[in-house]
Design a protein around this ligand. Structure first.
Ligand SMILES: [Zn+2]
Length: 266
């Protein structure tokens, strides 16, 4: 079976050496790779993963262009690099053009690191521009091991954004919102929002997770690991262990990813 991991992170080699230990400290989590492109590719080979989508976050507006230059410079065909944008950057228009110019299929946003609420009315023009350019808007959703609650990117706020801008392609990581799954069930399940399986197994009971996946619809759930923060081999086994059946597994492991980004088939 082909496998796409739709939620991974890589850093420039020099940055990874400093950033990974720092993030290990704030999150209390041990990384499964060294955070480099080489580290991720080695992990993919060991896990039998064909493609990974890598999601960069620009923690401040000044970093957006350099983060995107790094993404665009990666020549590894097994990685699909998303762009970084910062909704509060005064120059987000230009950054958006950069991302589109690099041919990136989507962008990653992190409401806690970037200090914004997805349903802030002031940000509607930003999100409308993302929608109109066809970009997939990938949110870190729900709680975060590095940020104390209340967290900014909760499922209800993401649902409000979808309501305000019908047609926007939204991805809400961690089954719609890490550790906010009651709110996911109330506000997001059944809506046209993509979700991934990262940081769900082991945090939700298998029964509840299976129920959520079925209720949400397997065409909107994708395999993701949040590598390096979870092990890719371990997570492949964990998702297969849910016993969802081969039709659902095919969608979750690759068909949904190919529907979103046809180039991943190459
Ligand atoms: Zn992540």
């Amino acid at each position: 079976m082909r496998i796409v991991d739709f939620h991974t992170h890589v850093f420039p080699d020099k940055v990874a050496a400093g950033a990974i230990p720092k993030m290990e400290q704030t999150s209390g989590y041990k990384a499964f790779t060294d955070g480099t492109v080489g580290g991720l590719v080695a992990s993919m080979e060991a896990a039998g993963i064909d493609k990974s989508v890598a999601l960069p976050v620009a923690t401040n507006p000044e970093k957006v262009s350099s983060v995107n230059r790094f993404g665009a410079s990666i020549a590894e065909p097994r990685l699909c690099m998303f762009g970084a944008l910062h909704p509060k950057a005064s120059s987000w228009h230009e950054h958006l053009e950069e991302v589109l110019g690099y041919g990136m299929a989507g962008i990653k946003l992190h409401p806690d690191y970037q200090d914004f609420y997805p349903d802030d009315p002031d940000l509607l023009p930003f999100f409308a521009a993302c929608r109109d350019s066809g970009l997939l808007v990938f949110f870190h959703a729900g709680g975060d091991l590095s940020f104390e609650p209340p967290n900014r990117g909760g499922p209800a706020r993401i649902a409000s954004l979808l309501e305000a801008l019908p047609g926007i392609k939204i991805f809400a990581a961690h089954m719609g919102g890490f550790r906010m799954w009651d709110e996911v069930e109330e506000h997001l399940l059944g809506k046209p929002v993509f979700m991934d399986t990262s940081f769900a197994i082991g945090y939700l009971s298998d029964d509840r997770l299976r129920g959520m996946i079925r209720r949400h619809g397997t065409e909107y759930v994708l395999f993701g690991t949040d590598s390096p923060w979870m092990g890719q081999s371990e997570e492949v086994k964990n998702v297969l262990g849910l016993g969802l059946g081969s039709a659902a597994e095919e969608r979750i492991f690759f068909a949904n990813a190919l529907r979103l980004i046809p180039e991943l088939a190459a």
